[in-house]
Write a new protein. Structure first.
Lengths: 262, 272
């Protein structure tokens, strides 16, 4: 598993920076919660009166008066957008960087099948995302403990699990795209993540666009679903996992035959 | 067994040419020079036989293994130095050499260290701080340290100073004596002439001549210098010597010199 180790080592700084950035942003929100708690009844009323704007971000069905409701929106936004961008960058650069940085000739002239290289790269992406999410989870828990709020472990863990799966899906979709790229692509990866986020907003606003929920991984990270039902919406999760698998299969099929230049 | 054998090996990039029905045969244990100008198809040939790019048609075997189906076995027994060497920026020289050995699943730190010392390579430097020559040295260590059966070197001496070049060829000769086949591409003809036993010239993606170096130096090719009252004329002649003599008989010669050309003269003759 030498490639896996090397991938994780090469992403060490990125993991630390993204984990702390997302984790500390969530912590700041959580630490501000006690001051805002008293005014949350008014906030709920404001959001309730904002119509489709609140629906777009899933805020119309959440109770900001509870920490977990507040956390699902504020923390979710940080972890959702930040985590999605990080996952997209890790996924899209995984294969492409070997040709872009001209290291492909070094790597692929060692006795490893391309299938093996792909397998280790896929595993490294999952591990990198897992490490990032664990750091964010710990920072979040510590910040909640600091303000003395009771932690609903099931819902909190479910929120973080949903976001982790969402990041895995985006990373693997970008990994599939990465197989076709020789250089650049980071902007494209971030665009994919932003596009999927936008699709979820559209699906939340329009009843006619509900089918988009089967495409965007943000569909199974909606806070109100996770808090109210205490489970990840399975229909969206399954379609998401199918897309995730498709990303890996596309990369695997194409990359095995690809001419490697550097 | 042949170390490298290509049969009508073709690689085309859409409209542009790569290699075309290339026929190359390298005996096991040989020290082989692969000569051609930039864009002739040297790197395409090497990348194809190493499995980096897939052939459009034709086939090839390296150490008896098929280049399409047995790529892993070929790479296990081959050491490769690319013409442009790049490594992972976060690594030190030592990390790259150890990583290369680890990817091969072998422990060869003693040999790696010995070659590094002979080439004057600082193992503690970061790869981002290395000059082209020092990056090449890292590549040489990675290619040789596991004692492969076949060494494929793509323009290996670019960036190396003359002293290191001499040490490098000394290492190659030692490896060759121990049975390693050395296949190096170059457009520096003197290194092929000085070190290789066999060579092939590639032009426009095809082998135009391949033979023992000493035969190539003399093979039906003569360097002619004639002196007439109009001045001195020098040229390479590779036709029938009798025709040359008949042609010379029609001229009023003051002097004539016929010499064996150097490999460079032969090269120039083929690529003019």
């Amino acid at each position: 598993m030498k490639i896996l180790q090397q991938e994780i080592k090469s992403q060490k700084m990125a993991i630390v920076i993204w984990s702390l950035s997302i984790g500390l942003l969530i912590a700041v929100c959580v630490l501000m919660y006690p001051e805002m708690k008293a005014e949350m009844t008014d906030v709920n009323e404001i959001f309730a009166s904002m119509g489709s704007f609140s629906s777009a971000f899933g805020m119309d069905q959440l109770n900001f008066g509870t920490l977990i409701g507040f956390y699902a929106v504020e923390g979710g936004n940080m972890l959702g957008i930040g985590g999605a961008f990080f996952a997209a960058i890790v996924g899209i650069t995984s294969l492409m960087k070997e040709e872009k940085d001209r290291t492909a000739e070094f790597l692929f002239t060692h006795p490893m099948t391309r299938g093996r290289v792909l397998l280790e790269k896929v595993c490294s992406i999952y591990i990198i995302l897992l490490i990032m999410n664990l750091i964010v989870y710990v920072v979040s828990v510590v910040s909640i403990l600091i303000i003395g709020e009771k932690i609903d472990w099931t819902v909190l863990s479910l929120i973080h699990l949903a976001y982790f799966l969402m990041q895995c899906e985006i990373a693997m979709i970008c990994f599939g795209i990465s197989a076709f790229l020789r250089k650049g692509g980071i902007g494209f990866g971030i665009g994919v993540a932003a596009g999927l986020y936008f699709l979820n907003i559209v699906a939340n606003i329009s009843q006619d666009a509900k089918a988009l929920k089967y495409i965007t991984p943000f569909a199974y990270t909606e806070g109100y679903e996770l808090i109210n039902n205490k489970k990840i919406p399975m229909e969206y999760l399954i379609s998401g996992m199918v897309l995730m698998l498709a990303g890996i299969i596309v990369a695997s099929v194409y990359y095995r035959k690809k001419d490697i230049f550097s | 067994m042949k170390a490298i054998e290509t049969m009508k090996l073709t690689k085309s990039y859409g409209a542009s040419r790569g290699i075309n029905e290339l026929e190359l045969s390298v005996e096991e244990g040989d020290f082989y020079g692969f000569i051609g100008p930039n864009g002739a198809g040297k790197s395409t040939t090497i990348r194809t036989i190493l499995g980096l790019i897939k052939p459009t048609s034709g086939s090839a075997r390296v150490l008896g293994y098929d280049i399409v189906n047995d790529s892993k076995l070929i790479l296990e027994n081959t050491g490769y130095l690319p013409s442009e060497v790049n490594y992972y920026n976060h690594m030190k020289v030592r990390d790259v050499i150890e990583y290369s050995a680890a990817l091969r699943g072998v422990k060869c730190s003693d040999k790696g260290r010995r070659i590094s010392e002979r080439l004057g390579l600082d193992l503690n430097k970061k790869v981002t701080e290395l000059s082209l020559g020092n990056r090449k040295k890292v590549g040489i260590v990675c290619a040789i340290q596991h004692s492969p059966k076949l060494l494929i070197l793509d323009e290996p001496t670019s960036g190396l100073d003359p002293l290191v070049q001499r040490e490098f060829f000394s290492i190659l000769q030692e490896e060759n004596k121990q049975g390693t086949t050395v296949f190096l591409s170059s457009h520096v003809l003197s290194e092929v002439q000085n070190y290789c036993r066999s060579a092939a010239f590639i032009k426009d993606g095809q082998i135009i001549i391949a033979d023992k170096v000493e035969k190539l130096e003399g093979a039906n090719v003569k360097q002619i210098a004639i002196k007439t009252k109009d001045g001195i004329e020098e040229f390479i002649y590779n036709g029938d010597i009798n025709d040359l003599m008949k042609s010379m008989a029609t001229k009023e010669l003051l002097d004539i010199t016929i010499t064996e050309p150097s490999l460079e003269d032969v090269f120039m003759n083929y690529y003019r």
